[in-house]
Every structure is written in C-alpha cells, then in structure tokens.
Design a protein around this ligand. Structure first.
Ligand code: ATP
Ligand code: MG
Length: 429
C-alpha cells in the first residue's frame, strides 16, 4: 500500500485558520454592503450540466475550450464544476419562474473552478462574490452595480482600484464591428501572434485583449467599437457616464475592454489594480441582455459583476496591514491538577455562556508552560486554577496584556469579575 503524503490538487488551496480570519472579515463586509443595497443571497449547486456553460459563456471562449472541469457521471451525463456564477443564477431564476415579468437583485459567493496555469492570483479553485440585477434595461442599474462594488472597496478601506468601462453595443452593432475588425485583422494576418490567428475566425473580439506586443501595436490602428454604436447604444453609455459623474466615481473609458465571456452586451466594466501584472483584474462585469433568452427564458435585460475574492483579500492584506494571527480568545484557563481541570472546564462553559471566548489548557504542563501558551494565544486574561487553591474555593486571575494579578477570587465571583474586566478592555479587533 502506498503510504506517502497526499497533496491537495494543484491550484486548489486550503484556507487555514490563520488566514480565514481575513476571509471572514471580507465576507462579513460583503454581507453588510449587499444589505445596504437590498440584494438577496442565492446559493446554487457547484455542479451543473455542461451545456449550461457552453450555451452561455460561449463555445469559442478560453473557459469553455480549455478551462472547464468536465466529467461524465454514472448516468453518462456530462457535468461541469461551475467556472462562474452568472449562468447558474439565470438557470435557477428561469426554472423557478422568478424572472418572468419581474425584477431580481441577487448576490452569491462561493468557489469556482477553472483549469488555468496556477500562479499568484490565479488558481484552479478560486472564489467569486458576484451580483446579478435582472429585469432592468436602463443604465441606472449598471451604475447601481458599479457603485455597489465601489462601496465595498470603501468599506474595506481599499484605495487605488481603477474603473475601466466600455460598451460592446447591441448585438447588431457588435456584429457590424466584428466584421470590420475581422477584415482589418485578416489584412494584417502576418502581424498577429499565434493565439490571435486562432481567434480570428471564431472570436475576433477577444484579440482586442491580446497581451502580445506586436498584436497590441497593430490594434492601435484597428477600427474602434465607438464608430459602430447606434444612437441608442450611445445614449445608454452616456447616461451611465453621467450617473457615475454624479456619484463621483472615477472611471476611464477603455475602448479595447472586452470580456472573456460571450454573453456580455452593452456596457462592460472592470476594476483593475495597476501593477499586478496579468492578474490585475479584481472585478469584472457588465450587461448581458441576451443571456436569459439564450438559456430558454423570455427576453430579459440584466447586469452584474463577479469579483475574485483571492485577489481582493490579497489587496486587503497589502493595504490594511492586517496581520494574520491565530484565533484570538479572551481567556486562557491554566489548569493545575485533576480537580482543577474538572472545575476549570465547568467554569469555562459558564464564561462562554456569557459570550466570553475561552480556551482551556489541555494536556497538562507546568504553570510556566501553560502561561507561555496563554500569552501566545493573544488572550487578555489567564485564569489560574490549582487543586490547592480550590480547597479554599479561590482562583487567580492574571492580566496578560497589562500587569495585573489578583489572587484569592472566590470561584462563584469569577464570571462577573471577568465579564466586568473584559468590558473595559478595548480589543484591537
Ligand atoms: P482574467 O483576465 O484575470 O483571467 P477573467 O476575465 O477570466 O480574469 P472573470 O471571468 O470576469 O475573469 O471573473 C471575474 C473575476 O474573477 C476576475 O476579475 C478575477 O478577480 C477572478 N478570477 C478569474 N479567474 C480567476 C482565477 N483562475 N483565479 C483567481 N481569481 C480569478
Ligand atoms: Mg480568465
């Protein structure tokens, strides 16, 4: 039998207790911000029928062509670990009859799976927080979802995120533009990088996203989407820009901005962090007015975004200087002897019932050793209980962050005493 160590799957990470504190802080902040905007949480399965993603994200996209975790289950159905959240939300909305002639404001948070080359900020299991606002055609909802993201950065104390926006126009203007771009790129075929030559036929818009220097240089002379927009497309985009001005949200119009998923139409946007290389996109989204129909529902406009939590948390750690720490408790019980241990665990329960966070020293140890552990735990107080002192029903309480020690406290007074002491402590959390 092979008894070697089993590693986690490449690109799929454990989030250890030292890191999960920051995760919880970010998740909690997300909960607070979505509540301010009146969005409700939706939780969908992690596995879906493969067709859901090929039909929505698009057959000729990087995600569907080479990044999905697809497998055949025991019933011979082709299933896929979700690579993103929007398709599932729309599927759920349609099958529960929630999108027909009605509007929805939803948010979700959970793991997504893409078989990409793992590197900093790019993993094979990663997490997205996303919002979907379904049923509104106007730019008021586009600016609402953008300002929700903006409110989250503010609540997390983040600075330096740059908002880039563009419009892909309606389906018709996009088709005309795509034709013009295709002609231009075919005329300059020899200057294209290899990956772009593959995209030319199927998905030429994606070439705008190329990182290749030659292709980028060539693109500076390519036709621009702005010239192909209808009056209606332009009015929608202008109104969005005006709304962002009024909200005092800075933005930069980037007419090369396209999204990696085919379902986007109209206004699109991305929040990027300059200097983070090719993992600089923290959040991306926009309008997807055709998706509901594409998935079998009736024509319904929609807009939303998805934000990568690993990238967001990395920023929080960089900018807030929040040190990863072991779980912080209020009280550490130093227990010296058998009856002290029994009494100590009972006292700990009483303290927890009052909302105090307590760790009991387990596994014995000298008083010195136990106090060292108490100190390292970050607790504010050590409660020291010894078999001898218990005979006179007394315990000792020692401040670990301030020089303070009181012995001879009667056992039955311990809960109230500690409760009062801890209320005076201003925690750093
Ligand atoms: P990128 O250009 O970095 O590949 P994307 O355009 O594929 O991003 P979306 O599909 O729009 O990204 O997903 C929204 C967000 O999810 C991204 O802005 C990013 O923060 C995050 N994200 C996407 N793929 C990954 C990944 N493999 N690992 C970690 N985060 C990711
Ligand atoms: Mg990608």
């Amino acid at each position: 039998m092979n008894s070697g160590i089993i590693q986690s799957v490449r690109g799929m990470n454990d989030i250890l207790p030292t890191a999960s504190e920051t995760w919880r802080y970010v998740e909690q902040t997300i909960h607070e911000v979505v509540a301010l905007y009146g969005y409700g949480e939706i939780r969908t399965p992690i596995v879906e029928k493969t067709e859901l993603f090929s039909r929505s994200i698009g057959e000729q996209t990087d995600i569907v062509e080479k990044e999905m975790y697809t497998f055949v289950d025991r019933n011979q159905d082709s299933l896929t670990l979700r690579p993103e959240g929007t398709a599932s939300c729309i599927r759920a909305g349609i099958s529960h009859g929630l999108l027909y002639n009605s509007t929805q404001r939803w948010w979700y948070l959970g793991p997504m799976f893409r078989h990409e080359r793992p590197q900093k900020g790019r993993y094979r299991q990663f997490h997205q927080f996303g919002v979907e606002a379904i049923g509104w055609p106007g730019p008021d909802i586009d600016s609402e979802v953008i300002s929700l993201g903006h409110a989250l950065w503010r609540a997390l104390g983040l600075v330096g995120l740059r908002l880039e926006i563009n419009t892909l126009g309606s389906l018709e203007s996009r088709r005309q533009y795509t034709d013009a771009l295709k002609i231009f790129l075919s005329d300059n075929y020899s200057d294209l990088d290899e990956a772009s030559t593959f995209r030319l036929d199927q998905n030429p818009l994606r070439i705008l996203d190329s990182k290749d220097p030659n292709t980028k240089a060539l693109l500076s002379n390519a036709p621009v989407m702005g010239d192909y927009l209808t009056a209606e497309d332009k009015a929608h985009f202008d109104l969005l820009c005006r709304q962002l001005d009024i909200l005092r949200i800075d933005y930069h119009i980037n007419n090369r901005l396209v999204r990696g998923l085919d379902y986007y139409t109209g206004a699109v946007f991305e929040w990027i962090v300059p200097g983070e290389g090719s993992q600089n996109s923290v959040c991306g989204g926009g309008r997807y007015d055709n998706l509901v129909q594409q998935l079998g529902g009736s024509s319904t406009p929609a807009a939303g975004f998805a934000c990568g939590l690993e990238r967001l948390i990395n920023l929080v750690e960089e900018q807030q200087n929040r040190r990863q720490s072991d779980a912080v408790v209020d009280i550490w019980m130093v227990l010296l002897g058998e009856s002290a241990t029994l009494t100590g665990h009972a006292l700990a329960e009483d303290l927890r019932r009052k909302g105090m966070r307590v760790i009991c020293n387990c596994g014995g140890g000298t008083i010195g050793k136990q106090l060292r552990r108490a100190d390292q735990s970050g607790a504010h107080y050590a409660v020291i209980i010894g078999d001898k002192e218990l005979e006179s029903n007394a315990i000792t309480i020692k401040g670990l962050r301030i020089a303070e020690e009181q012995s001879g406290i009667p056992l039955e007074k311990a809960v109230d005493f500690l409760d009062a002491q801890l209320k005076n402590v201003t925690t750093s959390r």
